[in-house]
Ligand binder design. Structure first.
Ligand code: PHE
Length: 339
């Protein structure tokens, strides 16, 4: 028996020593220490050992068991460490390898133009304001001298939210908001989204306007013309000319429509300006005294000018964009051109 134990010990330790993987060590553990492993069987056989020999034998078997277990544990640790080192080596990342292509983003053309416009008007002393896109009928129409059921409401195809609220059709709504809460001097520009039920190559149901309002003592049409000429020369080119044509808006009196010389052909006449050399870019005028009074500004003391145009239209002219939809489709092939 003693010899048998000695043999098992030698065999087991040799197998453990020559094992090359933790998987192999596991098999060895089962072979010797598992439920029907060799050492476990001997322990079970103890019943057949003469009673007086049992304590000594028991001690030997326990020693054998401890020796095998110790060797297994020690070798397992060593192999596990080696295996981990090997895996780490195999899995190293080469962080110096170039990564996949990822292009640099760019600002949307509408953002570019809006920022440029704000810069131009800031220099002329205008502050920037913003307002709600769901607007009350009061600010969008009534305080701008467009009463309910007035025919001039047909100038704009309105999305009604309910009887008293609309998706604002014009940033002019902010004129009323500002004039009812602020006394002159006022110099403010308002960029923002507006909505109209309109849809073709040059009209989108959502588009962006840029409004301007100046109210002070002695403001005249000359101030309006000077301001808009400065703006046109800066946003297009220094040789751009401006012309004012009489027009009609309920909230300005007199009203004008403003044309600039075509930036494509510089007034020669081309496809963009339909051969006329001029393109219309905005509506403007002297703030209607009735509007000043309705908003709580004394029209005997103060006068003002206001203008409004589509940022989209300026971008289309400036960059030669043929269809307004391009500005809202987010096609990367289009947007990537504004890097
Ligand atoms: N709100 C007008 C429009 O959307 C433009 C405008 C603004 C006209 C300010 C005059 C003064 O057509």
């Amino acid at each position: 028996m003693k010899e048998k134990l000695e043999q098992i010990k030698i065999a087991a330790l040799r197998e453990i020593e020559s094992a090359v993987s933790t998987a192999q060590l596991n098999d060895i553990r089962v072979k010797y220490l598992g439920k029907s492993g060799e050492i476990s069987l001997i322990m079970r056989d103890m019943a057949n050992v003469p009673k007086e020999d049992r304590p000594a034998m028991g001690k030997l078997v326990n020693e054998l068991r401890a020796a095998v277990e110790g060797a297994l544990t020690e070798k397992t640790e060593r192999l596990a460490f080696a295996e981990k080192q090997a895996r780490l080596k195999e899995e190293t990342l080469d962080i110096t390898l170039p990564s996949g292509e990822r292009g640099l983003g760019s600002l949307h053309p509408l953002t570019l133009v809006r920022r440029e416009l704000i810069d131009i008007f800031s220099v002329m002393g205008f502050k920037v304001a913003e307002g709600p896109e769901i607007e009350s009928d009061l600010y969008n129409f009534q305080l701008l001298n467009i009463p309910k059921d007035h025919p001039s409401r047909d100038m704009q195809d309105t999305f009604y939210v309910n009887e008293n609220f609309v998706l604002r059709t014009q940033t002019s709504a902010m004129q009323a908001r500002i004039m009812t809460t602020t006394q002159p001097p006022i110099r403010v520009v308002i960029p923002g989204k507006v909505y109209r039920s309109d849809d073709d190559a040059s009209h989108s149901p959502i588009f962006n306007q840029f409004e301007g309002l100046a109210v002070d003592k002695h403001i005249t049409m000359g101030d309006l013309q000077g301001c808009l000429t400065t703006f046109a020369k800066k946003i297009f080119s220094a040789d751009t000319e401006v012309r004012l044509r009489p027009s009609y808006f309920p909230f300005t009196e007199p009203s004008v429509e403003v044309d600039v010389t075509c930036s494509m052909c510089h007034g020669e006449g081309c496809r963009v300006c339909k051969g006329t050399g001029w393109v219309e870019i905005l509506g403007a005028g002297i703030v209607n005294p009735a509007v000043l009074d309705m908003c709580g500004i004394d029209s005997k003391t103060y006068s003002g000018f206001a203008f409004g145009f589509g940022i989209d239209r300026i971008a289309m002219i400036k960059y030669g964009i043929p269809n307004i939809k391009l500005l809202y489709e987010n096609d990367m092939r289009f947007l990537a051109q504004f890097n």
